[in-house]
Structure formats: C-alpha cells, structure tokens
Design a binder for this molecule. Structure first.
Ligand code: PMP
Length: 400
C-alpha cells in the first residue's frame, strides 16, 4: 500500500530552511522562517528561562502526567497576560485555558472545538494570513473564507475593505483576527480601528478567534494586547490561541494556550469540559517542561523583570533593523514601493511584507543565497549590521 504514496510538497516555509541548510555559500542569509535572531544570527535561550530551568531541575520531583488542560498556575498566568491581572474576565473566572503544544496546537484544538462542539462550518481569515491557518482549519473540515486585509497600493491596512468584508460574516461564523504583529504583512490596525472591528464582529453575531502569537514583539506586552481587549470588551464570547514560542524563545518546547471566554463562569466550565474531551483524544495532555519554565518565570518578580528586559531587547533590535534596512535601501536608491521604503519602518513585529515579487525572491535565492518566503515576507530579525549591506546590494540588483 505504501508504494503508491506520492511525495508531499515541502512546507513553503520550513522547506526553505532545509534549502538554506544545504547551501554551502558562507555569506548565505536566511530571512525565511519566523524565528528571532540576535546580531550574531543566533537564537539563544533567554536568561530568565535558563534560571527557571535550573530551578526546575533542582525542585522537580516527578514526571507524572499533567492534567488534560495543563498546570492551573500556567493557565492563570496566560489569562493575566492576555486580559490584564485586574481584568473583569480574570476576576469573574469566565475564561478557561488549556496549555497546548504551541500556538499551532491551540489552533487545532480551536478548530476541533468550532467544528465538533459548536457545530460551526466556516471560518473567516484575513487575506493574506499565515499559510498554516487555512491548512489547520481545512484539516478539521471547516470551510475557509477570506476578508480583505492588505492594501497593496499603500502597503498598509485596507481598513474599508476589511470592514466591508466583515459585514458579510454570518451569525455564528468564526472570524480569526491576528492579535498583533500580523503574519505575514506586519500591518496592524490602530486601537480605534480595533474598536470598529470588534463592534462589527459583535453586530454580525460572529465568534472572534484571536490568534496571539507575538505579544510583546510589537510595541509592548500591554500595548500589544489592546486589540484583543477591545474585542473582548464588545464580544462576551471569544476564543484565543496564544503562543510563547516567540516572546519566551521557547520554539521547540511547544508552549501555547487555548483560552475560551464565555458569558459567565458556569458556561465556561461546560465549554472547558468539552475542550478537555477533545484534547484527550488528540494528544491526551500537554508536555510539561516549557510551560513549567514560563510559570516559574511569571511567579517570580525578578525573573519576570528579566523577561521584560529580554523581550524589550528583542523588540528593539528588530525595530533598529527595520530602520537600518530602509536606510541602506535608500542609500542605494532602491524603492520597494512607489512611495519609498518608509512602510517597512511602520510595519510591526518580526515580519515585513517587502513588496518583492516571487520572481525576485527566486533570483535572490538562486544567485545570492538570500532566502525569503515566496510572498516576499521578510523575517526582519534575520537582518544584522553584518549582512544588511550584502542584502541591500543584492536587492538593488534584482529590484533597483
Ligand atoms: N499563529 C501565527 C500567526 C504564527 O505566526 C505562528 C508561528 N509561526 C503560530 C500561530 C504558531 O506558533 P507555534 O510555533 O507556537 O506553534
């Protein structure tokens, strides 16, 4: 039976990492996969995590299973980060959190919940969205619909188009919103625009699902939660899929969370019982280590402060690289849009939709060993003071 199986196509982003690894050019540059890199091109373990891990090694007494939805202290810490420690949602216990294997695991559990518990048949995604969104929701049998998001002409948000699109959402349909640092465009709504988005979804009777994979990578931990909190203020019921892969650098520990917010504590208890049933038959219960490290950091004031500092350092380095990239492009007279390159500085988070075409991206890879996703999405964290000159020289050749 296996002989007739055909080769699956490589994942468009992870496949790029494999091609990068195989490239023998010493000056190769990887701007593909969304992983933070420091000036030296490394993705180090955060110091706060190293300290938490040392504590865990000393104090851990068992490798027994966690509860199906994970350690309650982890869930509480997640909810406080999402909604604020003094929020009404946290105080009234009308949210329940499951520790999931990464943000992707949270999205899969969300998909199962939407399809099999709520009986909803479709989900709306931004156009464009992270490619895995359509794959994950398609895999659970949800129909994927799209609302306009990106305005190619301005390299900014097509806010009018987005609102018009959201007005077509049917009652009970799910609307996925990127909480901050939109992947792949780097374009986020303003707080005022979030208010309107939240109202339109509520008026249509849609169920918001906020995918929150980059809290703290945009402006700051609290500021980046403004959109989510605006949505929660206008929609009594919502779903949140969050991830600590980026903001804690815990990519391979698979530390995410699925949070259900209901109208009251009684309703959320019932919803959570269904979530636990779903999880039991997918992966039974979550891996412990990464979640325990996060909970250890967040239970300790000094380690939390250290985390805030390390997160700020990552965020500020990315912002600095955006500016440097634009300065170097400008020096070479390269314009990635008719209006120039400023849009790259204005974008938020790890990614920039550069405006480079698929053909230009192909030439950059083949002739310059520069790896960028086919859509032109650049991982700005992959830029450094050392490689920016070579990068911009090559872009000047293909797009100048
Ligand atoms: N959502 C978005 C928008 C993402 O960019 C990512 C990570 N690339 C995820 C979810 C998944 O995160 P994780 O690596 O924790 O599964």
């Amino acid at each position: 039976m296996f002989k007739s199986i055909e080769m699956a196509p490589a994942d468009p982003i992870l496949g790029l990492s494999e091609a990068f690894k195989a490239d023998t050019n010493a000056d190769k540059i990887n701007l593909g996969v969304g992983v933070y890199k420091d000036e030296a091109g490394a993705t180090p373990v955060l110091k706060c995590i190293k300290s938490a891990e040392a504590k865990l090694v000393d104090t851990e007494t068992t490798k027994g299973y966690l509860p199906i939805d994970g350690n309650p202290a982890y869930g509480q810490a997640v909810r406080e980060l999402l909604f604020g420690s003094n929020s009404e949602i946290v105080a009234s216990a009308r949210a329940a959190t499951s520790h999931t294997p990464g943000g992707t695991g949270a999205l899969r559990v969300a998909g199962e919940f939407i399809k099999n518990v709520l009986g909803v048949k479709s989900i709306w995604l931004s156009d464009p969205s992270w490619a895995n969104h359509a794959a994950v929701f398609g895999a659970v049998g949800l129909e994927v619909k799209k609302y306009p998001y990106f305005d190619k002409a301005s390299n900014g948000l097509d806010f009018q188009g987005m609102i018009e699109g959201l007005k077509s959402v049917g009652k009970g349909e799910v609307v996925l919103l990127h909480g901050c640092c939109h992947n792949p465009t780097g374009v986020d709504p303003t707080v005022e625009q979030w208010e309107k988005i939240a109202s339109v979804v509520a008026e249509r009777g849609g169920l918001p699902l906020v995918d929150f994979a980059y809290q703290g990578f945009g402006v700051g931990l609290e500021e980046d939660a403004a959109g989510l909190r605006a949505v929660a203020a206008k929609n009594k019921e919502l779903l949140v899929c969050s991830s600590f892969s980026k903001n804690f650098g815990l990519y391979n520990e698979r530390v995410g969370a699925f949070t259900v917010v209901a109208e009251d504590a009684e309703a959320v208890k019932k919803a959570q019982s269904q979530v636990k049933t779903l999880i039991r038959r997918i992966y039974s219960n979550p891996p412990a280590h990464g979640g325990a490290a996060v909970a250890t950091v967040l239970a300790d004031d000094a380690l939390t402060k250290q985390w805030h500092d390390e997160l700020a350092e990552m965020r500020e380095r990315i912002a600095k690289m955006r500016q440097l990239f634009v300065d170097e492009l400008n020096q070479r007279g390269v314009k990635l849009s008719d209006a120039g390159n400023q849009f790259i500085v204005d974008q938020c988070g790890m990614f920039s939709f550069s405006g480079l075409t698929k053909e230009q991206v192909d030439v950059l890879k083949k002739e310059h060993s520069i790896y960028i996703v086919g859509s032109g999405r650049i991982n700005v964290a992959g830029i450094s003071e050392k490689n920016v000159g070579k990068l911009c020289d090559a872009i000047a050749v293909v797009a100048g």
